[in-house]
Design a binder for this molecule. Structure first.
Ligand code: SAM
Length: 233
């Protein structure tokens, strides 16, 4: 997807980026490929692929949620997807980018500095540990390509305020939804929304999974990572 096609596809999502925002994405792209030569940030490096599979893909979240000035945490953000792209496109969002890998966090700090972004922080932590002490703080929690849905729910939902929304970008969800009802009951989740679509141009499948938190998460969640992996809740 070249930049013209990117702009055109975004107008279909009702996103109209300014010249400055497009320049910020361009700088972000160049920092990504430069730093990627030193350590692995992404397997996707061709400009047209980054614009489609990282930048455009990150922004497809607007198919499922209206973004305004919410406080958002992007867990397992890696090189900043979707969180950094959302911050560039929707500067009024307040964002925490969380990742377990220190090198990726250092990269994110460099991008924030170079683009002079405000109201955006980087947190180097594992989500299941961060969620032990950070509870009911965010309006939105996002994730893309991080972990199985059940794991994500267990350590993301505690971070959300009551009535907050969890959003996950997935390619396919079918198997991950098996026996999910127990999670909905124990974590007080409802109003599930699943939105399926195809990425333009390459036509690969995408699924947006959205769920709302209705009550305070019991303090027993999240369990430790080994417990999360070993046994469903
Ligand atoms: N979200 C980015 C994307 O879509 O390109 C990165 C995806 S990458 C496959 C997964 C990232 O999640 C890695 O950077 C990893 O360090 C991070 N991660 C995995 N499990 C995590 C956890 N429990 N807490 C925090 N970060 C985690």
């Amino acid at each position: 997807m070249n930049k013209e096609a990117f702009i055109k596809e975004l107008t279909k999502l009702n996103i109209n980026l300014t010249k400055e925002q497009l320049n910020q994405l361009d700088t972000y792209y160049h920092l990504l490929v430069e730093e990627n030569k030193k350590y692995n940030l992404t397997a996707i490096t061709e400009e047209k692929d980054v614009y489609l599979k990282h930048f455009y893909d990150s922004l497809t979240i607007v198919k499922g949620i209206k973004l305004t000035n919410q406080y958002l945490c992007d867990i397992g953000t890696g090189a900043g997807f979707p969180g950094m792209v959302l911050k560039i496109a929707f500067p009024e969002l307040k964002i925490d980018l969380l990742d377990a890998t220190n090198k990726k966090c250092e990269f994110l700090k460099m991008v924030i500095d170079k683009l002079n972004l405000k109201d955006i922080n980087v947190i180097n932590a594992r989500c299941e540990e961060y969620a032990l002490t950070t509870r009911e703080k965010y309006d939105l929690v996002t994730s893309r390509a991080v972990a199985p849905l059940k794991h994500l729910l267990e350590y993301s939902i505690p971070l959300l305020k009551i009535n907050g929304t969890f959003i996950s970008l997935k390619s396919n969800l079918k198997e991950e939804m098996e026996n999910i009802d127990n999670y909905y009951q124990k974590l007080f989740l409802s109003d599930e929304k699943i939105i399926k679509f195809k990425l333009p141009y390459e036509e690969s499948n995408r699924t947006l999974y959205i769920i709302n938190k209705k009550r305070t998460t019991p303090s027993v969640y999240p369990r430790t990572y080994s417990q999360i992996k070993k046994k469903a809740i």
